[in-house]
Design a binder for this molecule. Structure first.
Ligand code: 13P
Ligand code: SF4
Length: 409
């Protein structure tokens, strides 16, 4: 069985604090690993006919690197830049702190002196930062199109319909709503006003343990996989204890008996990036690379997590690779920017993407250097662009659920 941990992923090492923002960014050179740098070379097994024969220029305009560094220096301590582990290299070099979504939420809450928090991540993370910071502080998302398809799979009206159904069945009172951080502020507000908690991939077990101390059932939003993997692999539930609520079907596609009997009501949401890893990906890499360690994010499907050697949040994945012995081989099932950086940072280990077909999170990648430069230069000019604000009532209710998460033992 997979060893899941993620609890207490404390910061350490160069991944967490990128202070050398004045160093010019250098296009990394390829390594001998199985992972190809995009746009260079070719993999005959997966990329027939698409190899680029030329020497490509660096993807970033060097002027933009200098402009970002200058704008950041001009803003000084007034700005604090947070970078999620899935961000592009050209962006993450300007992050004051990098982390998983739990660590970034804590970092945002711990910076009361920063006038501006520039969030290099996705919309739900920036909303959470706005909720956790004071009214005086402004949270900026450099590209407003940086959303999350999983978060979009739970809409407040759908969740309220589901809750009304549970009320009609007389089981809402014993049900505790738990939402993954990857959800909109109004879903977090719903959870807060109904006695629930937010969780991330690094504290889902602790959040569920708390929730089952408050009630007999959990409504888990919006990621069915994190909910199922945590319930079955960490809480000792069986797959039969879980039911899948489909918001697009009447009654969620479930009978009243199924809802009454379930311990875990999973929302039918998923991550399109992690959903691409399959049991075949795991079997194929084990055959191709004898002795390989399979390390995946808990947003992967249950059969993938069950077949993996280790599972954990992005912060956990980094830590596991850092601790691995030289010469070991790792197939990592998470977003490509992170896997690619891990491969480049550990040339003594063989690090590869779990699937032969590489995949970025398209919305995380919306934050690019031009958008970051624009957002920073506008701040220097005294203009706040792309500010993320959550209305005060929603923010108050969501904060209850976020504070509950931050207070988990
Ligand atoms: P982490 O909390 O592990 O960083 O995951 C966030 C996310 O969006 C993964 O898809
Ligand atoms: Fe959302 Fe998946 Fe992208 Fe994470 S990787 S931000 S869950 S779409």
């Amino acid at each position: 069985m997979a060893a899941h941990t993620g609890a207490g992923c404390a910061p350490s090492g160069s991944w967490d604090t990128m202070e050398d923002v004045n160093e010019p960014w250098v296009e990394p050179s390829p390594t001998a690993t199985a992972l190809l740098l995009l746009g260079r070379g070719g993999d005959p097994a997966t990329e027939r006919g698409v190899e680029c024969p030329g020497d490509l220029p660096a993807p970033s305009d060097p002027d933009l690197v200098a402009r970002a560094a200058a704008a950041k220096a001009a803003l000084g301590d007034r700005v604090f830049v947070l970078g999620h582990h899935y961000q592009r290299d050209e962006v993450i070099q300007f992050a004051d702190v990098t982390g998983d979504s739990f660590k970034l939420a804590r970092e945002a809450a711990a910076r009361p002196d920063a006038e501006y928090i520039v969030f290099c991540g996705v919309h739900f993370m920036a909303e959470s930062a706005d909720i956790l910071t004071s009214d005086r502080q402004k949270v900026i998302l450099p590209d407003l199109a940086a959303g999350c398809s999983m978060a979009d799979m739970a809409v407040l009206s759908q969740v309220e319909t589901a809750w009304e159904l549970l009320q009609d069945l007389g089981i809402a009172g014993e049900t505790v709503p738990v939402t993954y951080m990857n959800s909109s502020a109004d879903i977090k507000g719903f959870v807060g006003r109904n006695g629930g908690v937010v969780c991330t991939s690094s504290n889902a077990k602790r959040a569920l343990t708390w929730a089952y101390e408050q009630g007999q059932k959990v409504l888990f939003l919006p990621d069915q996989h994190l909910g199922r993997n945590t319930a079955v692999l960490e809480m000792g539930f069986s797959l039969d204890d879980c039911v899948l609520y489909d918001p697009h079907k009447p009654g969620g596609g479930l009978t009243p008996e199924q809802l009454r009997d379930a311990k875990m009501i999973l929302w039918r949401g998923h991550c399109s990036v992690h959903g691409r890893f399959t049991l075949d990906s795991v079997n194929e890499v084990r055959e191709r690379v004898p002795g390989v360690n399979v390390l995946v994010h808990p947003e992967c499907r249950h059969e993938v997590v069950t077949a993996a050697d280790q599972v954990g949040s992005t912060e956990y994945i980094i830590r596991a690779i850092e601790a691995a012995p030289a010469g070991s081989a790792w197939a990592v099932g998470t977003e490509l920017n992170l896997v690619r950086r891990l491969a480049l940072a550990h040339p003594d280990k063989q690090i590869m993407f779990l699937d032969r077909a590489v995949c970025y999170c398209s919305t995380m990648n919306r934050i690019d250097l031009p958008h970051l430069v624009w957002a920073l230069e506008e701040l220097v000019a005294g203009r706040v662009v792309n500010q993320i604000t959550v209305d005060p009532v929603t923010a108050h209710q969501a904060r209850v659920a976020l504070d509950q998460m931050l207070a988990l033992p």
